[in-house]
Write a protein that binds this ligand. Structure first.
Ligand SMILES: Cc1cc2nc3c(=O)[nH]c(=O)nc-3n(C[C@H](O)[C@H](O)[C@H](O)COP(=O)(O)O)c2cc1C
Length: 295
């Protein structure tokens, strides 16, 4: 498939076929794509644990959060869940990564001088700013870029995925044996879609000129209708949902997955939301306590 078509067809697929295993090679291709993504200073702090329903220990499957927002049924139906996380211990090794960049021909004409500049100026600067870098969001941005690349590969391979937030991670961290100095950023379900490839059509987006400007923030970037037409013809820009039979499709999916009329409503997930709020508050309090003890 052409890249433009892949982008056009990419949609959050919440309904996957839990009986259809995903070939390991396809998951590997997603991970290979993530590995090649850009990272600030080439730090590469992104890690992932692939949970394969068919082979994972029971305690790992049980640790998947069954009730996040509308995500409970999504975990139940996914043959694979990728847990993307940041390894903070990668950050202090940033100097090594920068020196590698010099040797790879990515920085500076004079190799020797560039190594020296790194050691004397750039690396001490980054080392001094590491605490701020950690909270700046830039590592999460790296993760987002890598996950986006993996997602496009998944669609190119005929798979569907959905990104899911994780408000409370203690149970999952324990089951996955994640090292302490790490942060889970996102869970991503992967499988063969049970819904139509168009999943009801393109989801709503805010107008192009509301989001994108030229030269100054008050000047909309001119949107050329000919380019829009070209992208439409290439399959990137597609008809907005909901498509004519989406309601019938949703009713069918509701029946197949045993969901209530509002996916994820209290009828379906009971008091899980309350339990999750409590767990979040507990985790927050524990983090604050730890911070205070470290001061
Ligand atoms: C970082 C991130 C977190 C998300 N978390 C959730 C989630 O917890 N539950 C969910 O159902 N969808 C989640 N989504 C999917 C979005 O709701 C979805 O991308 C959005 O509705 C637009 O639909 P589209 O992806 O089909 O274009 C998440 C997406 C991203 C990028």
């Amino acid at each position: 498939m052409e890249l433009k078509q892949v982008i056009g067809n990419r949609r959050s697929m919440r309904f996957l076929r839990n009986y259809a295993p995903v070939e390991r090679e396809k998951i590997q291709k997603m991970l290979e794509a993530a590995r090649l993504a850009s990272h600030w200073g080439n730090v590469q702090a992104l890690r992932a644990v692939v949970i394969e329903r068919a082979s994972a220990p029971e305690e790992v499957i049980k640790a998947l959060p069954v009730g996040t927002a509308i995500a409970g049924f999504q975990f139940r139906s996914a043959p694979v869940v990728i847990v993307w996380y940041i390894d903070w211990t990668a950050l202090p090794k940033q100097g090594d990564r920068l020196h590698e960049l010099v040797d790879a021909g990515a920085m500076g004409v004079n190799r020797e001088k560039t190594h020296k500049y790194l050691d004397e100026t750039l690396i001490p600067f980054f080392d001094g700013a590491m605490d701020q870098i950690k909270v700046s969001g830039i590592n999460e941005l790296d993760a987002g870029q890598a996950i986006a690349q993996a997602t496009l590969v998944a669609f190119d391979e005929g798979l569907g995925t959905c990104c899911l937030g994780l408000p409370s991670d203690r149970k999952l961290r324990r089951a996955l044996k994640l090292p302490p100095d790490t942060k889970i950023v996102l869970l991503q379900t992967v499988g063969y879609p049970a819904e139509d490839a168009r999943a009801g059509g393109q989801r709503p987006r805010i107008p192009f000129d509301e989001a994108f400007k030229l030269n100054t923030a008050d000047n909309p970037f001119p949107r050329d209708p000919a380019v829009v037409e070209e992208l439409r013809a290439a399959g990137m820009i597609q008809a907005a949902g909901r498509l004519p039979y989406r309601d019938a499709e949703l009713r069918w999916l509701q029946e197949q997955y045993g969901l209530s009329e509002v996916f994820g409503d209290p009828e379906e997930i009971g008091n899980i939301m309350t339990e999750m709020m409590e767990a979040m508050q507990e985790e927050q309090a524990a983090a604050e306590q730890k911070q205070a003890a470290n001061k």
